[in-house]
Design a protein around this ligand. Sequence first.
Ligand SMILES: Cc1cc2nc3c(=O)[nH]c(=O)nc-3n(C[C@H](O)[C@H](O)[C@H](O)COP(=O)(O)OP(=O)(O)OC[C@H]3O[C@@H](n4cnc5c(N)ncnc54)[C@H](O)[C@@H]3O)c2cc1C
Length: 299
Amino acid sequence: MSVNNSLYCYGIERFGTEEQKQKFLVPVASGEAIGAYSLTEPMSGSDAATMRSRAAQDGDVYLLNGRKSWVSSAPMADFFIVFMLTAPEKGHKGVTAFLVDPKEVGFSLGKTEPKLGIRASATSEILFEDYRCPLANRLGEEGDGFKIAMAVLDAGRIGIAAQSLGIAEAAYEASLEFAREREAFGKKIGQFQGIAFKIADMKTRIEASRLLTYQAALAKQRAKGTGERYTLEASMAKLFASETAMFCAHAAVQIHAGMGYSKELPVERYFRDAKITEIYEGTSEIQRLVISRNELGLR
Ligand SMILES: Cc1cc2nc3c(=O)[nH]c(=O)nc-3n(C[C@H](O)[C@H](O)[C@H](O)COP(=O)(O)OP(=O)(O)OC[C@H]3O[C@@H](n4cnc5c(N)ncnc54)[C@H](O)[C@@H]3O)c2cc1C
């Protein structure tokens, strides 16, 4: 849902032509089709500008070649936004975005990743071999790709903060109920300070995450139509909420102990699902880089 709405739909809504919106946005926004976003490659993740996939103009098409990895929803996506180099010598200024229909010749799916968590979401490689992408399906101008990719991630990170908050709250609510009911040494376990303080820390971090997420959403809403960035707010929300999700899921397994480790309860799934929020759409290290560079005035 997050990739479909934020990384795919928002990118086309903001940067697409009217013709592109009719073809690539309307079916996805109306729920008839699924969109995916493909920036990452096997040798290029956090440092996205080091991608190797190439797009070269050939008459009225671009020929796309390369291997992209870790594409959420790839096996069932109807359309993709794909980032490739059109001018490798220009580094990140040589990246261009394309709208891709996987039914066309030259597109194929690679391996599907066997994942620790979020296993209801399929993630796979996608391969391009002389894929003919019409010039009309270039999103933005040549060389705009990196700017588009980053602007879209600003928005996406607020979605991941909200996802993190949901996981954290589910872990918290399960823990609260368990701490009220489970007994040991003749007491409810919530009466032990070691458990009670976990509850206090979970609740406090959840509420702080919620406020950071709302602050980022508000900054995005205020920026609409102005072209202003809300990178800092989005990064802070994503960083804090994702680490809160991991903190709460970890505490929830500990509070549930044996039952927290069992697949009979959803707590072990929260633990596995929480981890991804610290990794995709920019790892926690990358969020710290974004925030500190912003504060120190570094580029
Ligand atoms: C389940 C899943 C779904 C995904 N879905 C998508 C998708 O739909 N589309 C897409 O394009 N990508 C997707 N990704 C890719 C994801 O965005 C990358 O995995 C992520 O950006 C990190 O890149 P990497 O795995 O190559 O790690 P690397 O960049 O190789 O990083 C390895 C480690 O080094 C650290 N590191 C790197 N650079 C620095 C630095 N400058 N300072 C400090 N530490 C640093 C990282 O934080 C990390 O801890 C997905 C990944 C997963 C796991």
